[in-house]
Design a protein around this ligand. Structure first.
Ligand code: PEP
Length: 248
């Protein structure tokens, strides 16, 4: 199965940053038709167009948006980016339910967002916070978040989960490799149990939270890990390119 390596740039970007970033990345990335990997960039919406123009070879390198906006009652929303607009920008992917945006979202809005994504593949984020971790509530929390996705499942939807423990994001801490592996396995088993038509190979589970050039190789080689979602380290072209060039 291919590995997915995704860069979440959050609210960091400029035209100059993109130009410098891709002049390094495009010159050093090792990817071809046979590579068993897919690289996905998630820039801020304002820079989607420039990123799409800057990506050298679209085969195996894609881009998407970090969220989408909806208004439950169908009224207007100043400053919002709708799924139709993001699909018009040819986004291949959308991140839904990142812990940095979840706080302001209700279960109902997450489900509505999922149902709006007919052309973009969803990367659905789940993960426990430090209190839930201390109280051994990790899987309980993750399963309740997975239910949001499962309840909105529609035919042919690709299932891509990012397991991002909230306490690991930007902290320099990560779970042990065996914890990551067990959690990913549990995520896959839970989805299959709830959606028996789905096969294990159809479920992609990425790990996210303090992935760096130093730990990426061992995380990517861990059982049940299908890729990584990288925040801070993806902002450094050299470091992210090294992560993308890891051989499996
Ligand atoms: C993230 O916020 O999605 C993330 C993985 O961040 P970091 O890699 O910086 O922990």
């Amino acid at each position: 199965m291919k590995k997915v390596i995704a860069a979440n740039w959050k609210n960091n970007c400029s035209k100059d940053f993109i130009n410098k970033y891709f002049s390094f990345f495009n010159a050093n990335i090792k990817i071809n038709q046979k590579s068993k990997k897919e690289i996905i960039f998630f820039p801020p919406d304002l820079y989607l167009d420039l990123v799409s123009q800057s990506i050298k070879d679209l085969s195996g390198i894609n881009y998407g948006c970090q969220n989408l906006n909806i208004n439950e009652d169908n009224t207007t929303l100043t400053g919002g980016s709708t799924s139709a607009m993001l699909e018009d920008m040819n986004c291949d992917y959308v991140i839904i339910g990142h812990s940095e945006t979840r706080e302001n979202e209700f279960n109902k809005s997450l489900k509505s967002k999922i149902l709006l994504c007919k052309k973009m593949n969803i990367i659905f984020c789940v993960g426990e916070n430090s209190l839930e971790r201390q109280n051994n509530q990790t899987l309980k929390k993750i399963f309740s978040q997975l239910d949001e996705l499962i309840e909105s499942y529609f035919d042919n939807m690709s299932i891509i989960i990012a397991y991002e423990p909230v306490w690991a994001i930007g902290s320099g801490e990560t779970p042990t490799l065996s914890n990551i592996s067990q959690t990913h396995e549990s995520i896959k088993k839970y989805i299959i149990q709830k959606l028996p038509s789905i096969k294990e190979n159809d479920i992609i589970v990425l790990y996210g939270g303090s992935v760096t050039e130093k730990n990426a190789s061992s995380i990517l080689k861990t059982d049940f890990v299908d890729g990584v979602l990288v925040g801070g380290a993806s902002l450094m072209a050299e470091e992210f390119t090294k992560i993308c060039n890891i051989e499996f």
